[in-house]
Design a protein around this ligand. Structure first.
Ligand code: GLU
Length: 297
């Protein structure tokens, strides 16, 4: 086997139909292309993650019949690797509060939501003063990437060529305690685990250019991306737990697992299949709809 795909949920609650559908597609594509399939527990946010939730997610994925290779990696065990990567990157400290960033990004010519580089050119003396002022409030600065591009292009096997913004995004979060940022952790871990196929929800498409650019800076191979259109509720918003009876555990109260798998398979255009193994035998990656799937349709 060459290469690996992966599913990398954040353990902050039970997986719902939309998450499960993406996990199934990630598994199908990895297996269809002869790859290993890895599971990674994205528990960098120690406040919102729990091991109990991680175990429930793993059990749910196995209940569907998905199989994983190798060891399950926890991001909470990877902090030294993130620190080592940070040391190798061009960075600067950022002292801006959330409010300052919001205000600056509303200025004329600013790209909405992107960091305008306020702290890029502070002198060492200015940095020292701001570091001390934050320390007096019991806070540490964030660390941002010194990006030398404004955008980057990636290839998505379903959505085609996608060019998106790359700003000086955060690598290490500031605040009362430093924390590792999602984009750094994902790139370092995909590189470490030999992941060359990243399948995940379409909501993360806009992160792909930042991550691909960062992979290049770290000398890592840029993976092939495949972003899966989301599952929407009847109002056209992203399916969420409040939509009711959408987690696997809730669905299994009313129906056996083969019914749930059949629903997932039907949502992918393969009605009548009751196991993921059967689905894999028939599945053609090109059959994935580019349209969102509406829950209950
Ligand atoms: N942990 C992220 C999430 O659950 C997914 C990260 C990724 O697939 O790159 O939304």
């Amino acid at each position: 086997m060459t290469g690996a795909g992966r599913y990398a949920p954040s353990p902050s609650g039970d997986l719902h139909f939309g998450n499960l559908r993406t996990a199934v597609v990630a598994w199908l594509l990895a297996r269809h292309t002869g790859r290993e399939f890895l599971l990674r527990v994205e528990d960098i946010d120690t406040q919102r993650s729990s091991e109990e939730s991680a175990q429930r997610q793993i059990e749910d994925l196995r209940t569907l019949g998905l199989t994983f290779d190798g060891e399950i990696l926890h991001q909470s065990d990877r902090f030294p690797a993130y620190a080592a990567a940070l040391d190798r990157l061009p960075t600067y400290e950022c002292f801006c509060s959330r409010k300052e960033i919001q205000e600056a990004s509303r200025a004329p010519h600013a790209v909405p939501g992107s960091y305008p580089g306020t702290c890029r050119d502070l002198t060492e003396g200015e940095q020292e003063g701001r570091r001390q002022a934050l320390a007096e409030q019991g806070r540490v600065p964030a660390v941002r990437l010194w990006a030398d591009v404004a955008e980057f292009t990636v290839h998505d096997r379903w959505l085609g060529t996608y060019t998106g913004e790359v700003d000086d995004f955060v690598l290490q979060r500031g605040g009362q305690e430093p924390g590792w940022a999602y984009n750094l952790a994902v790139v370092v871990d995909d590189g470490f685990q030999g992941v060359d196929q990243v399948v995940r929800g379409e909501d993360l498409l806009a992160s792909a250019p930042r991550q691909a650019y960062l992979a290049g800076l770290l000398g890592l191979e840029v993976p092939e991306y495949g972003h899966v259109p989301l599952v929407l509720n009847a109002e056209g918003r992203r399916l969420a737990k409040r939509d009711g009876a959408v987690t696997l555990r809730e669905m299994l109260l009313d129906a056996p697992v083969d019914t749930v798998v059949a629903h997932l398979a039907a949502s992918l255009g393969y009605p009548g299949m009751t196991t993921v193994g059967e689905l894999l035998e028939q599945w053609d990656p090109e059959s994935l709809s580019r349209q969102a799937y509406v829950w209950g349709s």
